[in-house]
Ligand binder design. Structure first.
Ligand code: PLP
Length: 374
């Protein structure tokens, strides 16, 4: 190592030099002439994007040479309407993706040496971004049986250094959820100076009777922040836009560190238009629910072990080692997601696709079964 490099490296923050690069869900390239490929690896919307959003984006293209709005105020106004004014525009913050808001929240509340609590298997950014702030990540794993939340375990893990508890419902990559009773209990028992991040980006797909979003608890708990995204249900993953809602004072605090011009013109117009497209959202949710029924019947016939889901994907225990399983499906033109890095060792996450994609998946699984039997 030469002198200059050594000197500059002495400035590196140790907690930023750990390798924790995030790998997104991969696509597959065509293996055979004429083979169709399917991406079931990133929980994207199988029916695409809201037509209203696409029109708004096309319309916005003529203004690409201009800076977008300085702030997110128009999107916040649209969100207030979307939530029937049960939340006000001042309770929202918007940013370039749900992940960005997770990062923003961590930067706003966590400093070196603080602790955050996660429950693995969980969405990787909670851990990754917390470490970027020099925090220690305390894991209170979900119960192995059914992946429910270890509520008492979380309460016991709280110390005077705890700053954030991350909750996800429905959870990625397990598809499990937190019941209304569990959330209520946790909120009432946790000290009020701990931020509770409630990530509900898959909420549209949940239909369990005791499922809840965070909305009804916001008024009572100023330490509660609900994370949402336009990437999944709204079919706008590529535009990177998300939002959160919370207590007014907390929103004002977070808004101070929202960068100007953060949300692109296309993202802003697309998001605002998609909030008005109830027809598209309903169609999306109906597609997921009917494809769930189709897939579960087929999984059962095939003897595929899957976990019940409240989201638009399944966590499964593959019949052969997960790396071989993923590779086999790649050869068949289907991309799925190994989730060892989420904390679900040996398991695979499969996004619910269109009927055509799901049929291709089932065909491939049948082929695998036949090969294994021989
Ligand atoms: C996809 C996802 C997000 C947000 O995704 P963005 O594309 O960054 O908006 C947040 N939380 C969970 C659990 C997710 O699966």
């Amino acid at each position: 190592m030469n002198i200059t490099t050594k000197t500059i490296k002495s400035l590196f923050k140790p907690y930023l030099t750990v390798k924790n690069g995030y790998k997104g869900g991969k696509g597959v390239s065509q293996k055979k002439e004429g083979q169709k490929t399917y991406k079931l690896s990133s929980n994207e919307n199988p029916i695409g994007t809201s037509p209203l959003a696409i029109n708004a984006i096309k319309e916005a293209i003529k203004d690409l040479h201009l800076y977008p709005d300085t702030t997110d105020i128009r999107l916040r106004e649209a969100l207030e309407v979307y939530y029937n004014r049960e939340l006000t525009k001042d309770q929202f913050i918007c940013a370039a993706s749900g992940s960005e808001i997770i990062d923003l929240t961590i930067r706003a509340f966590v400093k070196e040496g603080d602790e955050v609590i996660v429950s693995t298997p969980c969405f990787v950014p909670y851990k990754m971004f917390s470490r970027w702030s020099g925090a220690n990540v305390i894991d209170v794993p979900l119960f192995e049986n059914g992946y429910s939340l270890n509520v008492e375990g979380i309460l016991k893990s709280v110390t005077e250094k705890t700053r954030i508890v991350f909750l996800t419902s429905p959870n990625n990559p397990t598809g499990s959820y937190i019941s209304k009773q569990e959330l209520k209990y946790l909120l009432s028992e946790l000290p009020q100076d701990i931020v509770v991040v409630f990530d509900e980006v898959y909420w549209h797909f949940a239909n369990a009777e005791d499922y809840t979003i965070a909305k009804s608890y916001i008024a009572k708990y100023p330490n509660l922040i609900a994370i949402n995204s336009f990437s999944k249900t709204y079919g706008l993953a590529s535009l990177r836009v998300g939002y959160a809602y919370m207590n007014v004072d907390v929103a004002a605090y977070l808004r101070q560190i929202c960068k100007p011009f953060l949300i692109t013109k296309l993202s802003l117009e697309g998001a605002i238009a998609s909030l008005k497209d109830a027809v598209f959202i309903q169609k999306t949710v109906e597609t997921i629910h009917s494809e769930k029924i189709f897939l579960e019947v087929e999984f059962e016939k095939l003897g595929i072990q899957f976990y019940p889901t409240q989201a638009n994907f399944y966590l499964i225990t593959p019949p052969i080692p997960s790396n071989e399983f993923v590779q086999f499906l790649v050869e068949e033109g289907i991309a799925v997601r190994p989730v060892d890095n989420f904390g679900a060792t040996g398991k695979v996450r499969i996004t619910i696709g269109t009927r055509e994609a799901n049929i291709a998946l089932i065909k491939a699984l049948n082929k695998l079964k036949l090969i294994s039997l021989n």
